[in-house]
Design a protein. Structure first.
Length: 248
């Protein structure tokens, strides 16, 4: 396993009972915002590895990941027990195609639809200069079960204050929480038109590109809904309006 590098925990943050972010000090090769890296621990003689999106911007040292603790998961419970200075293994480089380099140049409006920890790669992208230089409007829809599950509130508030004319953030909360965004799933908000009402923007195939990250059911359903409106998956050899990542 010579390709693995030893990182050290710089900071562990609990956003709530199930969602954590882990900052790892390591010499990660330069990466592109939106990519993911493999992180692992040696558990009972076996190196258990999982892919996690980089939350930090590429110009920031090391790597920061966002994860949720899976009750019977072999890795996340151990990650949540790590403290400053503990060892963690990190892959030599990040990879993945959920990046702005894959978005066609003629796009005017960027839509970022995330559930749970799927917000990670979008936070990395939004901490770079490129999206604010390229797009007239950016909409971030963030779906979680309860308001307490919304992570990085201060970063989101800072981004909103820095780019008030460009950025719209639409929380989609599935448990009733009056006054906070949309009551329901992202898929429901898209279906009944409220996502576009709250964003004050329309999704269309001529000017929009939609990036999806999170629960596979959400990605599948949104892709189908947008397909009914004439949008299709983006491929390098067949440009479209919808991008998502396959983590493997």
């Amino acid at each position: 396993m010579a390709d693995w590098q030893e990182g050290r925990v710089a900071r562990q943050r609990a956003w709530n009972a199930t969602h954590y972010s882990l900052e790892i000090d390591c010499d990660l090769e330069p990466f592109t915002a939106g990519q993911f890296v493999r992180v692992g621990l040696d558990i009972e003689g076996e190196r258990v590895i999982r892919p996690y999106s980089c939350v930090n911007a590429p110009h920031q040292r090391g790597v920061e990941i966002l994860y949720n603790v899976v009750p019977e998961g072999p890795l996340t419970n151990r990650l949540a027990q790590l403290r400053e200075g503990d060892r963690v293994w990190v892959g030599p480089s990040a990879t993945g195609f959920l990046t702005l380099s894959q978005v066609p140049q003629n796009v005017r409006d960027l839509w970022l639809l995330a559930t749970g920890t799927g917000i990670g790669p979008f936070l990395s992208i939004l901490q770079t200069e490129e999206p604010w230089q390229r797009f007239e409007r950016i909409v971030l829809a963030y779906g979680v079960r309860e308001t307490v599950n919304l992570t990085y509130p201060h970063l989101l508030e800072e981004l909103q204050q820095q780019h008030p004319d460009t950025l719209r953030i639409v929380p989609c909360i599935t448990s009733r929480d009056p006054g906070v965004g949309y009551f329901g799933r992202i898929t429901e908000a898209l279906r009944d038109g409220q996502l576009e009402v709250l964003a004050e923007q329309e999704i269309n195939r001529e000017h929009s590109h939609v990036m999806l990250c999170g629960h596979q059911g959400m990605i599948k359903e949104v892709t189908e809904q947008l397909g009914d409106r004439g949008l299709k998956r983006h491929l390098r050899h067949d440009p479209g309006q919808i991008s998502s990542e396959k983590y493997h």
